[in-house]
Design a protein around this ligand. Structure first.
Ligand code: NCD
Length: 311
């Protein structure tokens, strides 16, 4: 089996094929089985992962740390830029070049869209985009689709609802690309008009002959959906704080809302959850964010790092 990920950058979901993703998911399922059976894996012993996080993170950062360490590899964790030479005036390019000489792969999160691509242009080791501003977050979308496929074997018949901040949410920008690649049956977009999915992404999906609708009626949109994917209003992307205050509670999932969601549907969220899902919903058997998305994120990242670093 040819490994399409070997020494490759992961910048955008546009660059992935269904065949690549099938190989990744097969590897992730195998790793999940071995980890849950308590078997240790040390295939990346001697390899080093640099984590350059120029923006806050809890899950993605620790998920990559856990993934690399469970594979026997080491990490260089940079979470506080004030401890790097950037504060002395070093350029972003020089910082990336330095870490590319110290490690075998770089995971980068940065507030500027396009930053991961720029990092990959100067790095001679693979770069994984862990979020570039409002751009993309490909490993999140991969773990999301992996989770969806655990519940629905056939993506092509799915009706998926994406809700919340679809303008600035990078997880949904990556996810919608994969929903297009897998040719789901229908995509419903629920957001305030100020936070709608960028036009170019909507038209790319429509060109694939997938039906896309935009609405503000959440209860109606979810009444026959298979997947409801909620997102946080991205406070840090607002230039006007009043705009955030006005929009932050636009859509909130409560036990009452869950009554509209079909019994076999699933509720997903990339986390962190702020106001958009009430705590009482966590125990609902359809809620996947804590129970499945978090562990699956680690397995997907273990699989990705293994494939990038070993032939
Ligand atoms: C997301 C992100 O950083 O884009 N978090 C994550 O990585 N799971 C979502 C968010 O911050 O709202």
């Amino acid at each position: 089996m040819k490994n399409p990920f070997y020494q490759k950058d992961i910048i955008s979901c546009n660059e992935l094929t269904k065949e690549d993703i099938a190989i990744l998911f097969e590897t992730a399922s195998d790793i999940r089985k071995r980890v849950t059976e308590g078997k240790s894996i040390d295939t990346l012993a001697g390899k080093i992962l640099s984590l350059l996080f120029f923006e806050p993170s809890s899950r993605t950062f620790s998920s990559f740390v856990s993934a690399m360490q469970r594979l026997g590899g080491g990490i260089i964790p940079i979470t506080d830029v004030s401890h790097t030479s950037l504060v002395k005036g070093e350029t972003f390019e020089d910082t990336v070049t330095t870490f590319s000489r110290l490690s075998d792969t770089i995971v980068i999160r940065h507030p500027r869209e396009g930053s991961a691509k720029d990092a990959s242009a100067v790095s001679d080791i693979p770069v994984i985009n862990a979020g570039d501003g409002a751009g993309e977050h490909p490993t999140q979308a991969l773990l999301d689709v992996f989770t969806i496929l655990d519940h629905f074997k056939d993506m092509s018949s799915l009706r998926v609802t994406l809700a919340g901040d679809l303008l600035y949410g990078r997880t949904v920008h990556s996810l919608i690309r994969l929903l297009g690649l897998f040719h789901v049956s229908e995509i419903r977009l629920v957001s305030p008009t100020e936070l709608q999915m960028p036009e170019d992404l909507v038209s790319t999906i429509q060109q694939l002959s997938i039906s896309v609708s935009q609405t503000q009626d959440l209860a109606d949109a979810i009444s026959d959906t298979d997947v409801l994917y909620m997102t946080r209003v991205q406070k840090e992307r607002f230039t006007d704080p009043l705009g955030y205050e006005r929009l932050k509670d636009s859509f909130v999932i409560t036990p009452e809302t869950m009554k509209h969601l079909p019994k076999n549907a699933i509720l997903m969220h990339p986390l962190p959850r702020i106001h958009e899902i009430a705590k009482e919903v966590d125990s609902d058997s359809r809620s996947m964010y804590f129970r499945e998305q978090i562990p699956n994120g680690m397995y997907i990242r273990m699989a990705l790092l293994s494939l990038i670093l070993k032939k």
